[in-house]
Design a protein around this ligand. Structure first.
Ligand code: ZN
Length: 125
């Protein structure tokens, strides 16, 4: 029997630490990674898959990713530090974000500009 349930999806944000003095910017990760998920646990599982292979770091700078979430990290809309991404401009350490939607869709967002195709992002590895 088919069962349909309605769930509230939330957004969870990871800010990349530029461990070793550089960011990893490619088709999987940007300086900001935003994940739509069912729960903090679901977001963590997705985050581990996304950052796998994009997680090099040096001991003195600390780990590149903090991919542990709690309910208090959940946002209603894609956000950074609790501010909706469309209200944020580009800054020195904030160029762009990759958004992972619950249904598997992936989109790239350039701060101060909007959603763009991958090849319009800067500093790709
Ligand atoms: Zn270091």
């Amino acid at each position: 029997m088919k069962t349909t349930v309605e769930v509230d999806l939330k957004w969870f944000t990871m800010r990349q630490n530029n461990s070793g003095g550089y960011f990893i910017r490619n088709e999987e990760v940007r300086d900001t990674v935003i994940i739509q998920a069912l729960s903090p646990d679901d977001a963590e599982a997705r985050a581990k898959t996304i950052t796998y292979g994009n997680d090099s770091y040096c001991q003195c700078c600390g780990e590149r990713w903090d991919n542990w979430f709690t309910e208090s990290d959940a946002d209603e809309v894609p956000s950074l530090y609790g501010v909706a991404i469309e209200d944020l401009d580009k800054e020195a350490f904030r160029y762009d974000a990759v958004l992972y939607y619950f249904d598997g869709t992936k989109r790239f967002y350039k701060f101060g500009v909007g959603f763009v195709p991958y090849d319009e992002l800067e500093d790709n590895d």
